[in-house]
Design a protein around this ligand. Structure first.
Ligand code: ATP
Length: 313
């Protein structure tokens, strides 16, 4: 990892405060939180349920209004009043992947509409054919077949639905993705696949992630640096391994000692064959299978792999 001074800050959160309710009922749920995220890194936000992690993510994507503080993307302030042009740019460049793929997809819409919906909010006009190609590519990039585009969400498993959610983000050509507990609602057997997919996509597309999770073993696997949030306040921020080996704040110490942290790599070290969308031969629609490297986070994903084998035959 290069020194912080040489790296470009992609996102800067400065003294962020978010509150809900008015007057007597006003509650501050994020209080004076500051952190920077560097281009290409995975920045983790951990903390127990209700600590304010999602609220921070939603403030960055501008679903939650900020009470005070600044959010800068690529050096430009993106919260509060901004120009229409910047609003469009940020809407495209910052995407979010949601926790529950069963709830976050429009049940009445077909996959091609779900995946391409964001394109309507861009300045660019695409022909039907261009849009179809973009949807096909986004689906292939997440390991799904283009023919799935004409199906409805209920026809898919949880893991496949989360892949559709990832395709919906990818089609926008984002630079920054907020992944809010992207695997916690999934079956344990397929969590590793989705994590691996996110890692591969990050390398391939030079993505920067804000990864929100409460599972500390997942966070250790995925994050380069971690911020610990406690009751809306950032109590500790550090490089992942340093934070895990030497937590300084009592809350971080409690968090790390309270939660059993099995080492999934040591426990389930084996090589599995998986479909690798990046090696898919599009010209003859020939899928490619690769063996997961030993150091990948593997939690035994055979059932899903078998499913893929059938689908891709
Ligand atoms: N729209 C809202 N209106 C009022 N209160 C809200 C709203 N959204 C979140 N909150 C409150 O803000 C606090 C922080 O919630 P948030 O969802 O950010 O926590 P979290 O750390 O992401 O938790 P979880 O892991 O359970 O999602 C909670 O007390 C929640 O009830």
């Amino acid at each position: 990892m290069t020194g912080e001074n040489n790296r470009k800050k992609l996102l800067e959160v400065k003294n962020l405060k978010v509150s809900f309710g008015e007057h007597k009922h006003k509650t501050v749920v994020v209080n004076d939180v500051s952190f920077d995220i560097y281009k290409g890194e995975t920045f983790g936000l951990v903390g127990e349920s209700g600590s304010g992690k999602t609220t921070i993510g939603r403030a960055i994507i501008r679903i939650n209004p900020t009470m005070s503080g600044d959010i800068l993307f690529d050096g430009k302030k993106i919260n509060g009043n901004i120009t229409k042009e910047l609003d469009r740019e940020v809407t495209q460049k910052i995407q979010m992947i949601f926790q529950d793929p069963m709830a976050s997809l429009n049940e009445r819409a077909k996959v091609d509409y779900i995946v391409s919906e964001g394109l309507y909010n861009t300045n660019q006009k695409y022909t039907k054919e261009e849009k179809k190609q973009m949807v096909d590519k986004a689906l292939l990039d997440v390991g799904l077949l283009p023919e799935f585009a004409s199906r409805f969400p209920h026809e898919f498993s949880g893991g496949q639905r989360q892949r559709i959610g990832i395709a919906r983000a990818l089609i926008m050509q984002p630079e920054f993705i907020i992944a809010d507990e992207p695997i916690s609602a999934l079956d344990v057997s397929i969590r590793a696949q989705v994590l691996n997919l996110l890692s591969e996509l990050q390398k391939k597309r030079d993505l920067t992630y804000l990864f929100i999770a409460h599972d500390l073993s997942v966070m250790r696997f995925i994050a380069d640096r971690i911020a610990v949030i406690h009751k809306g306040v950032l109590v500790e921020l550090g490089e992942t391994e340093k934070l895990y080996s030497n937590p300084l704040h009592p809350y971080t110490q409690a968090l790390l000692s309270a939660i059993p942290m099995p080492d999934p790599i040591a426990e389930k070290k084996k090589v599995l064959k998986v479909y690798d969308p990046s090696r898919h031969d599009y010209s003859i629609n020939k899928p490619s299978w690769v063996e997961i490297e030993e150091n990948h986070f593997v939690l035994g994903n055979e059932p899903e792999i078998e499913k893929y084998k059938k689908i891709l035959k």
